[in-house]
Design a protein around this ligand. Structure first.
Ligand code: NAP
Length: 316
């Protein structure tokens, strides 16, 4: 009797695409700590939107496993301002990386999508089978469409070529290495920066977008990385797997936590003329839990740790 090869052999060489990003850096760190050889290329060395160079690099390096954590990523403002790039850069990266991986015979691949692939008004907590059951949140629809296409690619390579490729859909992530750029950051680093600057300037008020009422879930990048490794080790199915912590907070509660961590004691004012985005986004993480994964970083600890990291890196 022949047995299928292990899903993540201990000796597997893994190419982490996007290793300088929040997700890629955490995944690369965790894989290296487990003894894997991690292959990386900076964007300057390889623009993953380019199919020829990407296919050549994969053919030359022949990784056993590929984690696709390279993407054009950003918050509401960046998504609203650059919808063409959010759609086309992501489609192009996915097309060249997945086609190149297939040509180089990469049998195991993890594609990272995002919880924004689910319909704006999906039942909460959101199960994986909510995919393609309703209209998307308009502010990040182009990005979500690209990511949905990626799930379709993974499923198609599985069906047509028997590839053992999988997709993970993380909730909002944060952690050391996060993007603190005021133009493109996500909500949590954006808040840390706003409150930090308010304290430094001696301001008594911080004005924030929206009403503060939307509920969001946040997962530390170290927990995400552990979940990715758990999935690579144990999951082999066509459906995406949600990756979250199973709990959410209002943006106002998050702002209060960030105020405490940064030492801001003034007032928070909400600019309700600005969009809130999806009212609630909590993932159903039952499928991931069945694989034995539990998050380990509490939000307050993670926010403190991320703030400390930024204080040490913001001027470098
Ligand atoms: N952050 C979140 O809250 C979150 C939540 C859910 C899902 N995700 C998913 O996780 C994945 C990674 O997100 P992230 O937060 O780690 O993003 P990130 O911090 O912005 O990192 C993205 C990485 O991709 C690289 N990259 C972008 N375009 C490239 C190109 N054309 N060629 C080569 N490299 C390119 C970037 O390179 P440079 O360093 O040179 O810019 C960067 O290293 C994405 O698929 C995203 O959808 C993230």
């Amino acid at each position: 009797m022949t047995t299928a090869p292990a899903l993540l052999p201990a000796t597997a060489r893994v190419y982490v695409a996007g290793h300088r990003g929040l997700v890629g850096s955490a995944v690369a760190r965790h894989l290296a700590a487990e003894g894997h050889e991690v292959i990386t290329r900076t964007r300057a060395e390889l623009d993953l939107r380019e199919p020829g160079p990407t296919a050549r690099m994969l053919r030359d390096t022949r990784p056993d496993v590929l984690v696709l954590a390279a993407a054009k990523v950003g918050g509401i403002m960046a998504n609203s301002t650059y919808p063409v790039e959010f759609l086309e850069d992501n489609l192009r990266i996915q097309l060249s990386v997945l086609a190149g991986a297939h040509a180089a015979d990469v049998d195991r691949l993890l594609f990272l999508g995002s919880s924004c692939i689910y319909p704006k008004h999906a039942d909460q907590p959101i199960r994986e089978d909510a995919l393609l059951t309703g209209a998307l949140e308009p502010t990040n629809e182009p990005y979500a469409l690209a990511k949905i296409a990626g799930i379709g690619q993974v499923r198609s390579y599985r069906r047509q070529y028997g590839r053992r490729w999988i997709s993970a859909m993380p909730t909002n992530l944060y952690g050391p290495g996060d993007n603190f750029d005021p133009e493109t950051s996500h909500v949590l680093p954006g808040l840390l920066r706003r409150f930090h600057e308010a304290v430094a300037a001696g301001s008594e008020e911080v004005l924030l977008w929206g009403s503060g009422t939307p509920r969001r879930e946040f997962l530390h990048s170290d927990d995400l990385a552990r979940a990715c490794v758990a999935l690579l080790r144990a999951y082999d199915g066509p459906d995406p797997v949600n990756v979250g912590c199973g709990e959410d907070v209002t943006i106002a509660e998050l702002a209060a936590l960030v105020a405490e961590v940064t030492g801001f004691t003034g007032r928070v004012v909400w600019d309700t003329s600005r969009p809130d985005g999806t009212p609630r986004k909590l993932l159903d993480v039952g499928r991931l839990r069945k694989l034995g994964f539990e998050p380990s970083v509490a939000l307050a600890d993670g926010v403190r740790d991320t703030y400390r990291w930024w204080l040490g890196h913001k001027d470098s």
